[in-house]
Write a protein that binds this ligand. Structure first.
Ligand SMILES: Cc1cc2nc3c(=O)[nH]c(=O)nc-3n(C[C@H](O)[C@H](O)[C@H](O)COP(=O)(O)OP(=O)(O)OC[C@H]3O[C@@H](n4cnc5c(N)ncnc54)[C@H](O)[C@@H]3O)c2cc1C
Length: 371
């Protein structure tokens, strides 16, 4: 029986009060924002329904340089300079111009939190927000109401703090879906399966992380179920389907601000289409959001200026998301035809092409932004 770390029942004491900044969500985006506010003198409160790092939200593979630049290298479990693709007809190995690492989720979250200075943290489930009257917001939680003039939604795809009337729910929303298992095991390579026997539009993966492997299947079509193919891929790899982790994954950017509230990470659709790489963009836009907030709490700009600058920064990146969404549609169309998919992957396998493609891909949210 798993032991739940999060405080429940009587330990879930009432929580009210105010802060300068309330960051809702203590994962990649939320913790990066809190880190960026360290030393600003602001009263920063971070909320999450779970304890920090308690519930892993991804397969935890990210560009190594991002982890190093953010001071998170101690959480790295395994580093890969190659990516191995499998289709029903061939296996292809691409050597990347920059490496990926798998990391320990809890370790990484704790390292980010350790850099967040005097910020405080409370476990609370956020249910919504309302205007507090003086330009501030009240954030409603299962433990009570909290108020702040600066509020961030880093709560993931559900975009809990949005009040937009057109919020579409899955499976009709612009979301992909992914599920993985985390059995004990080892592996040498970061592997992807572009194979319609597992998923029609999407891919399977195996990401080794020292003493466990993260094996899963993602579908670009939210109507397609991924549990059975995940279990089957794990069986084909000879590992048990232990430790499920899954979620919806946004594949379209949404507005980064709404009615005075900031959105970062999956809540703003910052996960990259095609690859479903969402950690690097959550760091990147988390830094951008944190820097704008910092200028506000230090009196160097107004909240309205910060909202505008952050929204413009995010919008400047929309073209890349549109391009990657086109690639995602193309992959979805070609994947059911293994001969064509294998031919395309072979054609792209020249080292110079791989270098070019991944250099450009890496520039979408470059690690140099983490100065
Ligand atoms: C199966 C799977 C594998 C993936 N693998 C990778 C990968 O290897 N590499 C990669 O780059 N991306 C991967 N992704 C995508 C990546 O996980 C996300 O893009 C990334 O987690 C987004 O970070 P975030 O901080 O915005 O949101 P999240 O990591 O989803 O964090 C949201 C936080 O908000 C909290 N929360 C949610 N609702 C509430 C609420 N109502 N009240 C209080 N707290 C709440 C959650 O507990 C969580 O801590 C994967 C996704 C899936 C589904």
């Amino acid at each position: 029986m798993p032991v739940r770390a999060t405080k429940r029942g009587a330990e879930r004491t009432p929580l009210t009060g105010d802060a300068d900044v309330i960051v809702c969500g203590a994962s990649f985006a939320g913790l990066t924002i809190a880190r960026e506010l360290a030393g600003s003198g602001a009263d920063v409160l971070v909320l999450d329904r779970y304890e920090i790092g308690e519930k892993q939200t991804s397969a935890c593979a990210a560009p190594t340089e991002w982890l190093e630049r953010l001071g998170l290298a101690a959480s790295v479990r395994q580093t890969f300079s190659d990516l191995v693709y499998h289709t029903p007809r061939a296996s292809l190995r691409w050597t990347l111009p920059w490496p990926f690492s798998t990391f320990d989720y809890q370790g990484l979250c704790e390292l980010l939190w350790a850099q967040a200075g005097s910020a405080s943290f409370e476990t609370a489930t956020v249910s919504g927000r309302s205007a507090a009257g003086d330009g501030s917001f009240t954030v409603h939680t299962d433990r009570g109401d909290l108020t702040a003039p600066l509020v961030v939604d880093a709560l993931g795809w559900r975009r809990v703090l949005s009040t937009a009337p057109d919020a579409i729910q899955p499976p009709d929303a612009r979301l992909s879906r992914g599920l993985e298992v985390h059995p004990k095991g080892t592996g040498e390579d970061l592997e992807l399966w572009l194979d319609p026997q597992y998923v029609r539009a999407g891919y399977g993966w195996s990401f080794p992380a020292q003493d466990e492997v993260r094996v899963g299947v993602g579908s670009f079509d939210p109507h397609d179920h991924v549990k059975e193919p995940t279990v089957r891929l794990a069986a084909d790899l000879g590992v048990p389907p232990d430790g499920y982790q899954g979620n919806w994954i946004p594949h379209q950017m949404r507005d980064a601000t709404e009615d005075g509230v900031f959105f970062a990470g999956d809540s703003a659709g910052h996960c990259l289409p095609t690859t479903a790489e969402g950690i690097r963009p959550a760091f990147y836009f988390g830094l951008a959001c944190g820097r704008e907030l910092r200028h506000v709490v230090e009196g160097r700009q107004t909240r309205e200026q910060a909202l505008q600058r952050y929204a413009e920064f995010c919008d400047d990146h929309r073209y890349a998301w549109r391009w990657l969404l086109r690639v995602q549609h193309a992959v979805g169309h070609v994947n059911p035809r293994p001969r064509a998919m294998t031919g395309i992957l072979r054609a792209l396998s020249h080292p110079r092409t791989v270098d070019w493609a991944f250099t450009h891909y890496g520039e979408i949210c470059p690690p140099s932004y983490a100065r």
